[in-house]
Design a protein around this ligand. Structure first.
Ligand code: GTP
Ligand code: MG
Length: 348
């Protein structure tokens, strides 16, 4: 084992926000070309990435900045993405890597809090709980796209004010801070360093619920609304399926009647078209029910137990040795299949 290191001086910072908020771009500025950046609003399915930055010459102090998936609509359900985010959090907590803070990114060009942005924001609030808000930085991004025209600058500032006065206000009141990301390395570094230097470590409620409380993701405060939504969607689609079965049975009965009467022609053709349509509707409903049940299974996992097992196996494969600074982060990345980029620079 190398020199003994003080684990309190190291830690992790999470970068969160909806798809297209600029999370990968933010991390990119810390280590150019380390993170694949998506295009427009379609999320890119790159493996998750983290950047570990050593802050001193002796490489005793480090902070690891972790990219997280947004709600993307295109590939995976929101519940699956939540399951992935909670897995990161449970692993970090199980490995006792101190969580220094969360940088929440919001694109200033985004007009309103709607659709998946709204859902993501609601999830984010539940994920943080109340007592972790001092460790949360609410950051607007994409200021460079605003341009120089006074009306566009005015519009962006108005949007920022709307966030500060409305959406973000309750969080700001409870200790969260707000900032603008200028798109530069210095701007990203300053935010990360402020969290490392000026904040106590924090444990999120969901981490206690998962790791200490042995809950399934769907049983946690943040997971419950997703579980309830899935439950009601499954009920709804099973009704559609049952109705399609009922209609199909009736149509087939009618078909038999017509045949027994020896009827052919338009009436029979219409009925056959109708049966085809009902079969299609039935197949679609069946597919949706299967998808919803598959998603539900993913949040019916005791993520805390799962990661404790994985972490245990990884650590014993290393001969039981674990240094919270270097090995901790390496185990974190290995267990979660995260690409870890190490950057060495001296800022402290
Ligand atoms: N001009 C400009 N473009 C940006 C900025 N941030 C992000 N973009 C662009 O917006 C798109 C999405 O940015 P990403 O950084 O991939 O967004 P993300 O938050 O990682 O999105 P997901 O990984 O899908 O959750 C990319 O085409 C970026 O080039 C910015 O500050 N300025
Ligand atoms: Mg990304």
């Amino acid at each position: 084992m190398g020199t003994r290191r003080d684990p309190r001086t190291d830690g992790m910072v999470l970068v969160m926000g909806v798809t297209g908020a600029g999370k990968s771009t933010f991390i990119n500025t810390l280590k150019p070309h380390s993170v694949q950046v998506g295009h427009d609003l379609e999320s890119i399915r790159a493996p998750p990435q983290a950047v570990q930055m050593f802050l001193d010459e002796d490489e005793h102090l480090s902070v690891t900045v972790l990219d997280t998936p947004g709600f993307d609509d295109t590939w995976r359900s929101d519940a699956e993405i939540l399951a992935e985010i909670t897995e990161y959090l449970a692993t970090q907590y199980a490995l006792r890597i101190p969580l220094k803070g969360i940088i929440y990114l919001h694109p200033i060009c985004e007009n309103r809090m709607k659709g998946s942005a709204r859902k993501y924001f609601d999830m984010f609030r539940l994920l943080c709980g109340d007592q972790a808000l001092k460790n949360v930085m609410l950051v607007t991004t994409r200021w460079d796209t605003v341009g120089q025209a006074p009306d566009r600058i005015g519009e962006a500032l108005r949007r920022e004010q709307d966030l500060l006065d409305n959406w973000w206000k309750p969080m700001l009141r409870q200790g969260a801070s707000a900032a603008q990301f200028k798109g530069t390395r210095a701007s990203a570094e300053a935010m990360v360093l402020e969290l490392v230097r000026d904040r106590d470590d924090v444990v999120l409620d969901v981490q206690r619920e998962l790791v200490d409380g042995h809950k399934e993701v769907g049983e946690t405060t943040v997971g419950m609304p997703f579980m309830n939504q899935l439950d009601s969607d499954i009920v709804k689609w099973k009704r559609v399926l049952a109705k399609a079965d009922e209609d199909l049975a009736q149509a087939k009965e009618r078909e038999r009647e017509l045949r027994s009467q020896g009827l052919r022609g338009d009436a029979m053709k219409d009925l056959e078209d109708h049966v085809r349509l009902l079969k299609k509707r039935r197949r679609e409903a069946e597919k949706v029910v299967k998808q919803l049940e598959t998603t539900q299974k993913k949040i019916q996992v005791k993520v805390g137990e799962k990661v404790k097992l994985q972490v245990g196996e990884k650590i014993s494969s290393l001969g039981g040795r674990i240094d919270p600074v270097s090995t901790g982060i390496a185990v974190f990345a290995a267990v979660l299949n995260i690409t870890l980029t190490v950057v060495k620079f001296v800022v402290m």
